[in-house]
Design a protein around this ligand. Structure first.
Ligand SMILES: [Zn+2]
Length: 376
């Protein structure tokens, strides 16, 4: 190469619109029975990674669908926390199989999916995700989280590509515990407002560029569908049968919410998840409850009017989402506790995604306002 040839500079990421997504999304009753066709199009040696309970739920249909296409669906049990050690052990077990898998089928609520993503990354295999609850925005995304054995967060990780396919079997999801669906609603209802703050701050999304028109519209649809269908969708769980409202709600929580956060970026609601676990009692509450609470704090910081805030509080109460620290299981809600959460929140990588610069004092004030507001 000639000595005077210099590397052309990369463009300013703030001038590059990026949109990324999973390759295929399938949703409906019995969608897991499409696994054979999906795997056949990707490779020849699928490996299911999930816990024993999920295996019991899906292996009959999933294994049968693969056999019908001449594929044998191998299985490895993932039943611990998503730790580096647990993933390494599974990778070794996968490599010791008679034929190294070329497709990982990651199934479950959160842990099975994240474990499967981690194993697929190590093996360089294709990835098919089969969620068994609409409890979070993870199935369509390239992000997963490593934990320590004591459930403290270790690191946020990425797979090089989003999943090849996501199969959302609503006949399965409609039998999941209500608390998981409520948590999924909490994780999704904040996406429009967080994305709008990233856009206001001209921040970058998870693909390292800025928002498209596409994601802004998807986030609006996510918000609208949740507000219209969340209550009807929750009722479907009582009947254990998917309804049109349930199908729309699941699409909002799994597809639209996942696309929204990766293509918009995250803001204050998710930043609160760095601070809230510092309080005793909050640790074991579901992620969607943390971010639902965080959304209320964010809306106060945005300076939303009293009417808007009251409507949002009323929605949270109807669905069963947190409106104050005690709802998250916090045993301390005094000024010192609030200050600790606010300081933890300031350590989030998303904290700069806001219309004006924030500090721990401003966040603590907003949290205190929310405590007062939720009592009225
Ligand atoms: Zn989330």
């Amino acid at each position: 190469m000639a000595a005077n040839m210099s590397t052309p500079p990369l463009p300013d990421p703030r001038e590059i619109r990026v949109f990324g997504s999973m390759h295929r999304y399938y949703q409906g009753p019995g969608a897991v029975r499409l696994l054979g066709n999906v795997c056949k199009s990707l490779g020849s040696r699928p490996l299911l990674i999930c816990d024993d309970i999920v295996h019991g739920l899906i292996y009959g249909d999933a294994g049968g669908a693969c056999r019908a296409q001449g594929l044998e669906l191998a299985y490895l049990r993932a039943d611990s926390e998503v730790t580096r050690t647990a993933v390494q052990r599974l990778v070794e077990q996968a490599r010791a199989l008679p034929a190294t898998p070329d497709i990982i089928v990651a199934a479950g609520g959160g842990k099975g999916v994240d474990t499967g993503k981690a194993v697929a990354r190590e093996l360089g295999a294709h990835l098919v995700v089969v969620p068994t609850a609409a409890s979070n925005d993870g199935p369509c995304s390239k992000v997963f989280v490593f934990y320590h054995d004591d459930h403290r967060m270790d690191s946020v990780e990425q797979i090089p590509r989003n999943p090849d396919a996501v199969l959302v079997d609503t006949a399965l999801l409609v039998k999941a515990p209500r608390a998981l669906l409520v948590s999924g609603i909490g994780d999704a209802i904040c996406k429009l407002y967080e994305g709008d703050q990233v856009r206001a701050a001209r921040g970058l999304n998870l693909f390292g560029g800025v928002s498209t028109i596409a994601v802004t519209e998807l986030a609006r649809a996510c918000d609208r569908v949740i507000r219209e269908d969340a209550e009807e969708g929750l009722k479907a769980l009582d009947q254990k049968a998917p309804t049109p409202a349930f199908e729309r709600l699941v699409e909002a929580l799994v597809l639209l919410s996942g696309l929204s956060f990766e293509n918009s970026g995250l803001s204050i609601a998710h930043s609160m998840t760095r601070g809230l676990p510092r309080l005793p009692g909050v640790h074991s509450t579901l992620h969607g409850q943390h971010v639902a609470y965080g959304l209320l704090v964010q809306l106060i910081l945005e300076g939303r009017d009293a009417n808007f805030l009251q409507q949002q509080l009323a929605f949270h109460r109807r669905i069963g989402l947190a409106v104050r620290l005690a709802d998250l299981g916090a045993t301390r809600t005094d000024a010192e506790a609030i200050r600790e959460v606010a300081e933890g929140t300031m350590t989030s990588p998303h904290i700069g995604h806001f219309q004006t610069p924030l500090d721990a004092g401003k966040i603590a004030d907003a949290m205190q306002q929310l405590e007062d507001l939720s009592r009225s």
